[in-house]
Design a protein around this ligand. Structure first.
Ligand code: NAD
Length: 252
């Protein structure tokens, strides 16, 4: 039980990697707050968890909703030990001149501004408690840019350097901050990076992405959850400001 009685907020907990983190953290003894824009998905994840858990509907890009998420967590569980900023939105390949300002803003707000917002409300609690852990799910796209993914790459690159900036600022308070860079992962998001006819996308997506991974398979949500457990638990107690690529070698 690596997370016995720790309280963990996991955003994007309704699907994919966030759901796998909720399941693993709960099995390791954590009290889990499943936070997701999709209230039904958050509740479905909560119902499957073996330990104490709470589902909260939240848009992580909305300050008032983020404040409510943190307040609800403290009201129900009394503290916050782990904050996993994992919710994110993808983009499909698009020439820069076709990207709208609205889409740019959404990607930056959900993938990057959210980390600022959750940290703004969680850090004072962690400081008062004498420590905590923040984990940010970035992407291998933060270091290996691909054509047509400009806004997504920028949002994840910003997430990485924001993680490092917070790590150095918060180290004196024993708050560790790390990022994980997943490679192409077998979640509902993967096909949303593709353009074209839906049937083609469904047929081709996995093959195309598998070819891009030197280890020869997609990353599973559980691979990411295992890395998150290492960083969130005392196994990683001297690790901060780090970026862990869980990408099957795609970033090399
Ligand atoms: N799947 C991949 O290949 C891949 C690769 C690298 C990085 N990532 C990153 O990993 C993270 C998890 O992605 P996933 O593959 O599990 O995706 P997913 O689509 O399976 O799950 C994402 C979850 O985030 C939630 N979400 C979206 N916008 C939100 C918002 N504004 N507020 C709250 N919740 C919101 C969705 O409802 C969904 O439940 C994301 O940050 C993503 O960018 C994914």
């Amino acid at each position: 039980m690596l997370l016995q009685d720790k309280v963990a907020i996991i955003t994007g907990g309704g699907s994919g990697m966030g759901k796998a983190m909720c399941q693993l953290f709960s099995r390791q003894g954590a009290k889990v707050v499943v936070a997701d824009l999709n209230a039904e998905a958050a509740e479905a994840t909560r119902q499957e968890l073996p330990g104490d858990a709470l589902a909260v509907a939240v848009n992580v890009a909305d300050e008032a909703m983020v404040r409510n998420l943190v307040e609800e967590t403290v009201r129900v569980f009394g503290r916050v030990d782990i904050l996993a900023n994992n919710a994110g939105v993808p983009m499909s390949f698009l020439p820069i001149e076709e990207l709208t300002v609205e889409r740019w803003d959404t990607i930056m707000n959900v993938n990057t501004k959210s980390i600022f917002l959750t940290s703004k409300y969680v850090v004072p609690i962690m400081k008062q408690q004498g420590g905590g852990v923040i984990l940010n799910t970035a992407s291998i796209a933060s270091i290996r840019a691909r054509p047509g993914l400009h806004a997504y790459c920028a949002s994840k690159g910003a997430a990485v350097i924001l993680s490092k900036a917070l790590a150095i600022e918060l180290a004196p308070y024993k708050i560790r901050v790390n990022a994980i860079n997943p490679g192409p992962a077998d979640t509902p998001m993967l096909s949303k990076f593709m353009n074209g006819d839906q049937a083609d996308i469904e047929r081709d997506t996995k093959e195309i992405f598998i070819d891009s991974v030197p280890l020869g398979s997609l990353i599973s949500p559980e691979d990411i959850a295992n890395a998150a457990l290492y960083l969130a638990s005392d196994m990683g107690k001297m690790v901060t400001g780090e970026v862990l690529n869980v990408d099957g070698g795609r970033g090399i």
